[in-house]
Design a binder for this molecule. Structure first.
Ligand SMILES: NC(=O)c1ccc[n+]([C@@H]2O[C@H](COP(=O)([O-])OP(=O)(O)OC[C@H]3O[C@@H](n4cnc5c(N)ncnc54)[C@H](O)[C@@H]3O)[C@@H](O)[C@H]2O)c1
Ligand SMILES: [Zn+2]
Length: 346
């Protein structure tokens, strides 16, 4: 089938790729309608489709997708052919200890799209367990459906922050993940959310979304002083680190209110300094997140209810035939771009 294949570092081809997939009794087959480009896709694009042990073989990219059910296994009762669905990209192994303990995101045996050597979903069709598919409401587009994957990260972060009504939030980094944390924090009960970045254009997109998202360009201000001033010296109840930049440590933790929660979302490729005495003295609770647990239905519900609108964050759309161009565009990191989307069957 036609697929976007990462052959090796920065070498993509849109070509026929043979896949031996069979529809199981609990699976559905989906015609892909749209697929977003994620930071991890760009990471593999830049470094090549390498496994942890360094082996490299061609891999189909993409893990943020939605589409239309075109076939279903005999035991699938919840979906009909023609339904629009989005898909959770990781399939945990039912026998894993972590699944039994309710932490399926931490299953070391998870099979997750577009993590070498597992192929992704930027192709004409996929077969996926119905259990990890979620019906989209009438009127929701495949591109919006594809946004449910990054939104699920924001929702997981908001869950971990244990937001209480009226809390103030701070998000570091205004990329896709930071924006999803901000909109989830607002939907979860925050009265206002400060969001920082060094790219003014991204901050303007976030600020235009809702007047209670307050942009801060950290290129020009001292974040700690500003947050203290804006919160009457209290600090923020909930903090989300979503830049992935180790340089923001440890300073952003100084913006927390006593007893506040800090959720670490951005992945650090190197150790970062954590001020233990500050955490103890202020009673700050730290939580890390890894992907999500049972968040896709929540994400869809929030869009369906009008509490979250993801359309505004789809900055640039390409067709399937323009997929290579789309990756080159995403790799260039345009300051006014939040999400790059590829539409196969809009
Ligand atoms: N924990 C998880 O499960 C999970 C899931 C997905 C992504 N992530 C991680 O989340 C992070 C963000 O992902 P993304 O796709 O939004 O990346 P992104 O590159 O699109 O966004 C990061 C943003 O942070 C900004 N930034 C960099 N340095 C900054 C600083 N000092 N102060 C303020 N802003 C700064 C950048 O300008 C950029 O806009 C990455 O580290 C990614 O690996 C984690
Ligand atoms: Zn992603």
């Amino acid at each position: 089938m036609k697929a976007l294949v990462l052959e090796s570092k920065k070498k993509l081809s849109l070509r026929d790729y043979p896949l031996d997939e069979k529809l199981g009794s609990t699976d559905v087959q989906i015609k892909i309608g749209a697929c977003g480009i994620c930071g991890s896709d760009i990471h593999f694009y830049r470094d090549g489709p390498k496994t942890f042990s360094g082996e490299e073989s061609p891999m189909i990219l993409g893990h943020e997708a939605a589409g239309t059910v075109i076939a279903k296994g005999g035991k699938v009762a919840d979906f009909e052919v023609g339904d629009m669905v989005c898909m959770e990209p990781g399939i945990p192994q039912q026998w894993s200890r972590q699944v039994l303990e309710g932490m399926y995101n931490l299953d070391p045996h998870v099979v997750f799209w577009a993590t070498p050597p597992v192929h992704g979903c930027l192709r004409e069709t996929v077969i996926h367990p119905a259990q990890f598919c979620f019906k989209l409401p009438q009127g929701m587009t495949a591109a919006e459906g594809a946004m449910m994957e990054p939104l699920a990260i924001g929702i997981e972060a908001a869950k971990k922050a244990e937001i209480r009504p009226g809390d103030t939030g701070l998000v570091i980094g205004c990329g896709t993940i930071g924006v999803m944390c901000a909109v989830s924090a607002l939907a979860g009960g925050c009265s206002k959310v400060f969001i920082t970045d060094v790219k003014q254009e991204k901050l303007e997109i976030a600020a235009a979304y809702n007047k209670n998202i307050i942009p801060i360009n950290t290129g020009s201000v001292n974040i700690q002083e500003l947050i203290q001033k804006q919160t009457d010296g209290q600090g923020c109840d909930v903090l989300f680190e979503a830049s992935g930049n180790p340089k923001v440590y440890p300073d952003f933790l100084q913006c927390a209110k006593r007893g506040g929660h800090a959720v670490l979302v951005g992945m650090m490729m190197e150790p970062v300094p954590i001020p233990v005495a500050l955490l103890q003295g202020l009673g700050i609770k730290i939580e890390g997140i890894f992907r999500y647990v049972n968040c896709f239905d929540r994400a869809i519900n929030l869009v369906k209810s009008g509490k979250i609108d993801v359309k505004q964050f789809i900055s640039k759309t390409f067709t399937f035939d323009q997929s290579i161009q789309a990756y080159e565009y995403a790799d260039a990191g345009h300051p006014s771009t939040i999400k790059v989307m590829i539409e196969l069957d809009p």
